[in-house]
Write a protein that binds this ligand. Structure first.
Ligand SMILES: [Zn+2]
Length: 385
């Protein structure tokens, strides 16, 4: 009989990449997935009964804020791991001037895997400089991305109110120079339209905040604009980026009804979006369930698809040999309600909660202590393994 370090037993495994959707065990050893299958014949150092729960690849949140003084950033671990999130992308916290500091103070100390989209603004997301076009230098942004290929996956533009293309255009240019991807947060102006933005973006570039109230995703008759469909057909990607002000049911519902889901589900998590809008991954995913997306698709757009979009296809699945990042989720049934960025409510029948998180083979979150021995049989214990 084979041996393993950790066995998650009897859960409902959803692993879109491997086409798994049913009851199975997941065996983990040396920080990697060892095997996934029904009634695995393995001797486990630690065996955890997860019957009645869903076992998925660790969630990947491609839009969070874990660096930058101005907009209420949050250190990743406390906000990712308890929510089943094992990989995050900081979108534009650091710019090309402070990328070194971000990597030393946030990326390296975190247990969460943290990737960075480098801000086209040298000083990063810290308020006033975000409007200063002399801070927006594509060559320097591209150089920062290329200096840290292990950590930096592309470029970011956000919050720009000027008339020109220095911000969005600069981030796209820097992405081409560094052979990476650009994520654009955009507010249309008479001098620069959403349509032109989508035309300027290459396949693989992302517009984030697709269901924001300031984005003309829908025309006056609430139909998806033709140029938006064309951009998607061409390979331009659309990210959720829920946030405190960028996710509105009155836009999301008609868009979803017309078959326009986001490519990726993400939170734009920071101090204020954590509050009324409760923009965690499980809550944001639950909002998509409430709008009629299937659980399988919700998981796909929070794991495998997210990994592909950030060009890290080694993540987001439970293939044997992959690093063992796993989320164990409870999909509770009942009367629930969800609040959007405009503070409107949608009733829902299902709420996703994270029960247990495994990061690189280690249990890092365990809501109900399922992986722990009962105290009464643990003797005169001090700190249990
Ligand atoms: Zn953001």
């Amino acid at each position: 009989m084979a041996a393993c370090d950790l066995l998650l037993r009897g859960g409902h495994v959803i692993d879109p990449k491997n086409d798994l959707d049913g009851i199975a065990d997941v065996a983990i050893s040396d920080g990697t997935i060892q095997a996934v299958g029904v009634d695995l014949d393995v001797e486990a150092k630690r065996s955890v009964d997860v019957a009645g729960l869903y076992v998925t690849p660790g969630l990947i949140d491609i839009h969070v804020h874990v660096y930058g003084g101005y907009n209420g950033w949050l250190f990743p671990d406390q906000h990712s791991l308890p929510n089943g999130v094992t990989t995050v992308v900081d979108t534009g916290g650091p710019g090309w001037k402070d990328i070194d500091d971000c990597i030393e103070t946030i990326v390296k100390p975190a247990s969460t895997r943290v990737y960075i989209l480098v801000n086209i603004v040298g000083a990063g997301m810290i308020g006033k400089p975000e409007q200063d076009v002399t801070e927006m230098i594509a060559e320097k942004c591209a150089e920062a991305v290329q200096r840290y290929p292990e950590h930096c996956i592309g470029t970011k533009a956000a919050h720009f109110g000027g008339p020109g293309w220095e911000s969005a255009g600069g981030a796209i240019e820097a992405a081409r120079m560094s052979d990476s991807i650009a994520m654009i947060d955009f507010a249309p102006k008479p001098t620069r339209s959403y349509e032109e933005l989508l035309e300027r973006m290459a396949p693989g570039d992302m517009h984030t905040h697709l269901y924001a109230s300031h984005i003309p995703l829908l025309d006056e008759d609430k139909k998806i604009n033709d140029y938006v469909w064309k951009a998607r057909e061409r390979g331009v990607l659309f990210d959720t980026g829920h946030g405190g002000g960028s996710f509105w049911f009155r836009i999301a519902v008609p868009a979803m009804e017309q078959g326009f889901p986001p490519d990726t589900i993400s939170t734009d998590l920071h101090k204020s979006s954590r509050m009324m809008a409760n923009a965690t991954m499980p809550a944001t995913m639950s909002k998509f369930l409430a709008m009629g997306m299937s659980l399988q698709e919700v998981i796909f757009r929070s794991t495998q698809r997210s990994a592909e979009v950030i060009r890290h296809p080694e993540l987001g699945h439970l293939t044997p040999g992959a690093e063992a990042d796993v989320a164990v989720l409870d999909v509770r049934e009942g009367d629930f309600g969800f609040v959007d960025s405009g503070r409107a409510r949608m009733a829902g029948r299902q709420r996703i909660e994270c029960e247990l998180t495994v990061r690189a083979g280690r249990v890092v979150w365990d809501l109900n202590g399922r992986s722990r021995p009962d105290w009464s049989g643990a003797g005169d214990y001090k700190s249990l393994e």
